[in-house]
Design a binder for this molecule. Structure first.
Ligand SMILES: [Zn+2]
Length: 385
């Protein structure tokens, strides 16, 4: 079967190896003439960006490159991008890269014509309705990792350096107009980044599936996303050039972000403060917390996880799924404890205070309070399941 297609759910997706060559056409389809190309500094120096820029130039699409993007991006990155967008008269954004570049690119496009400060649009209640929808520039998204799924999402995660918190900026029109998912762009990812981003995709599917809300559409997408991770993440880590594995992981990433409009949970609630305070890799941090959060949530999800285990071809039990997660983490090099991950426990109390306030906490199947968050942190620190 050819792993290729044009999908219109949840946005217009051009999926398949080699399809980055359609970038100029995608830019036109999104209604842009002079886009700002947002990426990160590492990618900006790589051939894949140079080739993409050359293809735009050959199609007479003028653009400028903005690459002042930190791995856990901060407000200053967005502000600098918005200044460049306005100064250059750009009419849209090409967001090209991993989660950080995609999120910054999307939020820059969103902020292009807003008059209120960015934090006024944090994903709280209906704050997004404060935005002027006409002030949002169109976005073309091109992921180069397979994890975040930001290419099909309506939000961007930006760190507030004043409070050391990760905040979600949300608006329904922040959804890219066109997304190009070309798995060839991910073949150069080193094993550790492949593993970390893959665990993010897996965590998105798992937390969406476990969320305590009625959303059978999301559940269906999430379980198939987890099956694809189970079948292919090992392969993508072991042999980066396995294009079939890369393609399935890229699908799983888009599926995770599609499913998590239902819910995320305590894996993300804890991973966000740890990432904001220790600048750790988001997906890898999720991978560290995953089994401890599963154990914490067990009373609420035991039956659901047994059903999932059966679908994944495992014995139909919670324990079989937990074992699978532990084995997968070990095979692909996810540290078993926070200690092994290089996170100390001097900020345990602060992290436990921050986790229940994270916007994802409300989607955890067991209500997450400070005591619960501290219990999970201690368990993950010491490796106690
Ligand atoms: Zn995530």
């Amino acid at each position: 079967m050819q792993l290729r297609g044009n999908w219109n759910y949840p946005t217009s997706i051009r999926f398949g190896a080699g399809r980055i060559k359609e970038l100029p056409e995608a830019v036109r389809a999104a209604g842009m003439k002079r886009p700002l190309f947002v990426t990160d500094p590492r990618l900006a120096a790589m051939p894949m960006v140079k080739n993409a820029l050359a293809s735009l130039e050959a199609a007479s699409i003028g653009c400028a490159v903005f690459s002042d993007v930190r791995p856990n991006p901060v407000a200053a990155n967005v502000e600098a991008g918005v200044r460049m967008l306005k100064a250059g008269g750009h009419d849209g954004v090409i967001a090209f890269g991993g989660g950080s570049a995609l999120d910054v690119g999307k939020v820059v496009a969103f902020m292009a014509g807003q008059t209120r400060p960015m934090w006024d649009f944090e994903d709280i209640g209906d704050w997004w309705t404060r935005a002027d929808p006409d002030g949002i520039a169109p976005i073309v998204a091109v992921p180069t990792t397979a994890g975040t799924g930001s290419e099909v999402g309506r939000a961007g995660v930006i760190t507030d350096e004043d409070t050391h918190t990760k905040k979600v900026i949300f608006h329904p029109l922040m959804m890219p107009k066109v997304t190009i998912c070309d798995p060839e762009l991910t073949v150069g990812m080193p094993p550790s980044i492949t593993a970390g981003t893959g665990m993010d995709a897996f965590a998105h599917c798992l937390e969406a599936y476990c969320g305590p809300f009625y959303h059978p559409l999301a559940d269906g997408i999430a379980v198939e996303g987890m099956r694809l991770v189970k079948e292919t993440l090992d392969r993508a880590v072991a042999r980066g050039s396995d294009i079939e594995a890369r393609a399935h992981m890229m699908s799983a990433a888009a599926m995770g972000a599609t499913a998590f409009q239902k819910a995320l949970g305590a894996i993300h609630s804890l991973s966000h403060p740890v990432g904001a305070l220790y600048d750790t890799h988001h997906g890898m941090t999720n991978g560290v917390f995953m089994p401890y959060v599963l154990a914490f949530n067990r009373p609420a999800i035991e039956e659901k996880i047994a059903r999932l285990a059966a679908f994944l071809g495992l014995e139909a039990s919670f324990n079989a799924f937990l074992e699978f997660v532990l084995d997968l983490r070990q095979r692909i090099g996810v540290p078993h404890t926070l200690k092994d991950f290089g996170v100390d426990d001097t900020k345990a109390d602060l992290i436990a205070q921050m986790a229940p306030k994270d916007p994802t906490a409300g989607g955890n199947p067991v209500p997450l309070d400070e005591a619960g968050a501290l219990r999970i942190f201690r368990a993950a620190y010491e490796g106690r399941l």
